[in-house]
Design a protein around this ligand. Structure first.
Ligand code: BJW
Ligand code: ZN
Length: 255
């Protein structure tokens, strides 16, 4: 679509989104890798999203870790090193600002990301449904620890000597129960669900769109392009989240 056609459409959609947010009793947000793309973190499924020729489905599974823990740790150690140098972008900051404007009890941010950038931007109520890349967990005694230091190629537990693994959720694994339940309740209760930078192909996270719709929540998507969710949302705001979200906050105006 030529830029001169896209701009007025986005403008109208932004105005509609701002109106729904103004009227909302509470707001939930679901974010994915796209919200961190402008911070320099690769997404999983866009061009260039492959890691050394591996699909995420081939390295982010318990089977892959059992087969080749060194390969899996290489993937995570590369990403752990990278997040030490990245900073939140204007999209993360806009979501933190939205939370401040709404005030306590009216905002929940559900993220599939493991990079910690929402908290770094000042967001308070953040539910990390796929875990955190700075935490490790022992496969033997299940002890969890936050580790921001560089890890060995194949790090081991100091208590029991078993292998450590990243404390993230891989395919075929259950999401952390309590966090997931809080996410479902917040999304169900919210009058608006903002879905930002996710391809919406990974479940159960993508199912939060249906959870919102089941209670007549308005669903607004922010993405570079149409996704698996686009047909199920009420409004799409197409553009980079680092530009679209600050524009939306500007329309909402100061509290
Ligand atoms: C921009 C942008 C910019 C770019 N601005 N936008 C139902 C149906 C079908 C399948 C299943 C189902 N239920 C379960 C499954 C199986 C599976 C699944 O969903 N498979 C599908 C792929 C088909 N799900 C699971 O296995 C889940 N577990 C489970 O169901 O367990 C059941 C169970 C119950 C009880 C006991 C035991 C088991 C677990 C899923 C875990 C996913 N884990 C990962 C890795 C996390 C750790 C890590 O980071 O390494 O999570 S995979 C990866 O995908 C990661 C992400 O969080 C997740 C989602 O990806 P995301 O964020 O959407 O990224 P992309 O790259 O896909 O998209 C980026 C988007 O951004 C694009 O749209 C761009 O356009 C956009 N973008 N720049 C705005 N500047
Ligand atoms: Zn241990």
């Amino acid at each position: 679509m030529p830029a001169d056609q896209e701009a007025p459409h986005l403008e109208a959609a932004l105005n509609q989104a701002a109106e729904w947010l103004r009227q909302a009793a509470s707001v939930a947000v679901l974010t994915g890798a796209g919200v961190s793309a402008e911070s320099g973190i690769s997404t999983f499924r866009d061009a260039g999203g492959l890691w050394e020729g591996h699909r995420v489905e081939d390295v982010a599974t318990p089977e892959a870790f059992r087969r080749d823990p060194l390969l899996v740790w290489k993937f995570y150690n590369t990403r752990r090193a990278n997040i030490q140098s990245v900073r939140p972008n204007p999209g993360h900051f806009a979501l933190a600002e939205l939370e401040r404007q709404l005030g306590p009890g009216r905002f929940t941010l559900v993220t599939q990301n493991v990079d910690g950038l929402h908290r770094a931007a000042g967001s308070q109520r953040v539910l990390e449904i796929h875990g955190s890349i700075i935490r490790v967990r022992c496969v033997g005694c299940e002890k969890r620890e936050t580790r921001t230091d560089a890890l060995a190629e194949l790090p081991r537990c100091q208590d029991c000597g078993d292998l450590l693994r990243p404390d993230v959720v891989w395919f075929h694994e259950a999401l952390p129960e309590e966090v997931w339940e809080q996410a479902m309740v917040a999304v169900y209760e919210a009058s608006v669900l903002l879905v930002v930078g996710t391809s919406a192909v990974v479940y159960p996270a993508a199912g939060l769109i249906e959870v919102s719709r089941a209670n007549r929540g308005r669903v607004i998507e922010v993405n570079l392009n149409a996704t698996a969710a686009s047909e199920r949302v009420d409004l799409s705001l197409f553009g980079p989240s680092g530009e679209v979200l600050p524009r939306l906050m500007k329309l909402l105006g100061p509290s």
